[in-house]
Design a protein around this ligand. Structure first.
Ligand SMILES: Cc1ncc(C[n+]2csc(CCOP(=O)(O)OP(=O)(O)O)c2C)c(N)n1
Ligand SMILES: [Mg+2]
Length: 395
């Protein structure tokens, strides 16, 4: 049987069939003319006329650093998942499979840039210098955040889908109004992370409109991991997501989200565009969520194991390992060293998590506002009195 072809909207009254939608979205699965890739799944360096110059200066040592980032971020993620299974965390949001998209884009940022994550960006947090233990409080239910978001320039996690695109648009507009844009050296930019499902939210549309209307220095970084919980990409869009940018009047690029070098290069380019006043830019990182949506989800109920197996062959870590070993002769002592470091990180995360103190009942009211608020203080006092009204049987 002939493969269905992607839909080309020549006649304004034409409608794509479901098969054509699937062909259009998945046709790039094996690369596709528009997919930017610098490291193939087999670890080969792929030339790219447009983006090579943004990766040329990456030395072997820096590539090793990226490999280390990927391995440590994956280990931290697996520990988070295991700690939830052991009852130490209420929930965990796994990033498995998305390490390259997060590390590559995160490492393209400068300390002065601002990042707005959703809830899965533990790998970006790592690149902002946030220790994985600082992420645990939200998932253990002992904190609302846990890191210094202005010092690290990494905003608190946003659970409301797409909402951070509005926050980020506003922030980037501020950078523009305060003339912190224009110079490639001192210019600032903002990056905003969201998922494929989020692109169906009004907030993302509004973020696109405002950022475009005000030439905001904002990189919209969409991790298309093919699923929004149980909803597949085909239910979100008829066209590849990066093409949506055109309708808003800014460029969109689709990058192999499992290729850390390509993600680094494309995000460097996008940030440079923004810094020099040519923002916003949309990046679609074409990747895959290898685990369930969260630890509360069972992905085997809605997707086939075949699909997951296919994506295992495109693993973001393995291709860097093969490339370092085959092309640059990096030996096993390096890889063993990184594994040992990952083991250390894992046990540090576990020990930290188990020793986390239980917050007092007043904690939920603190830091709601910078200054004291009479309403919040009243609610706190009422709650503390209510709490104190319980008789402690053990006393
Ligand atoms: C406004 C809003 N609607 C619904 C939800 C419930 N919800 C949580 S995650 C999610 C799917 C998001 O999918 P996607 O944007 O692809 O991001 P991913 O989780 O795949 O990274 C939904 C619908 C929510 N958190 N916020
Ligand atoms: Mg998704």
């Amino acid at each position: 049987m002939e493969e269905p072809q992607a839909w080309v909207p020549t006649d304004p009254r034409s409608r794509p069939s479901q098969a054509q939608v699937v062909a259009g979205l998945k046709g790039v699965d094996e690369g596709g003319a528009e997919l930017v890739q610098l490291l193939s799944p087999e670890g080969e360096r792929m030339p790219d006329e447009r983006f090579d110059r943004y990766a040329e200066d990456v030395s072997v040592a820096e590539l090793q650093d990226l490999y280390r980032d990927l391995v440590l971020v994956r280990r931290a993620d697996r520990e988070g998942n295991a700690l939830q299974r052991q009852g130490e965390l209420g929930i965990w949001v796994p990033l498995l499979g998305q390490e390259a998209a997060q590390v590559g884009s995160g490492r393209a940022l400068r300390p002065t840039d601002m990042a707005f994550p959703s809830y899965r960006e533990h790998g970006v947090a790592w690149t902002r210098g946030i220790d994985p233990t600082e992420l645990l409080g939200i998932f253990r239910g002992t904190d609302h955040g846990g890191w210094d978001s202005s010092g690290t320039r990494f905003h608190p996690y946003t659970i409301v889908i797409g909402n951070q695109c509005l926050n980020a648009a506003g922030y980037a507009m501020g950078q523009r109004f305060e003339s912190r844009v224009g110079d490639p050296e001192s210019g600032e930019a903002t990056i905003c992370y969201f998922g494929d499902g989020a692109t169906s939210q009004g907030d993302v549309h509004e973020g696109f409109v405002w950022a475009a209307a005000y030439d905001a220095p904002l990189v919209f970084f969409c991790q298309n991991n093919q699923w929004a919980i149980s909803v597949p990409l085909t239910r979100q869009t008829r066209v590849p997501l990066y093409q949506r940018a055109r309708g808003y009047g800014f460029p969109g690029v689709r990058v192999d989200g499992n290729d850390v070098l390509a993600c680094l290069a494309v995000t460097r380019w996008a940030l440079e565009e923004c810094r020099t006043g040519n923002g916003p830019v949309l990046i679609e990182a074409f990747t895959y969520r290898m685990d369930a949506h969260t630890t509360s989800d069972d992905a085997t109920r809605y997707r086939l194991a075949d699909e997951v197996e296919l994506w295992k062959l495109k693993d973001p870590i393995e291709r860097v390992r093969v490339h370092l070993a085959r092309r640059h002769g990096v030996g096993p002592e390096f890889f063993d060293g990184v594994d040992a470091e990952a083991d250390e990180l894992g046990s540090r995360i576990r020990a930290f998590c188990r020793a986390m103190p239980q917050p007092g009942p007043e904690r939920i009211f603190s830091e709601v506002y910078a200054d004291d608020s009479p309403q919040v203080s009243r609610q706190r006092d009422e709650y503390l009195a209510y709490h104190a009204s319980f008789v402690d049987e053990g006393a």
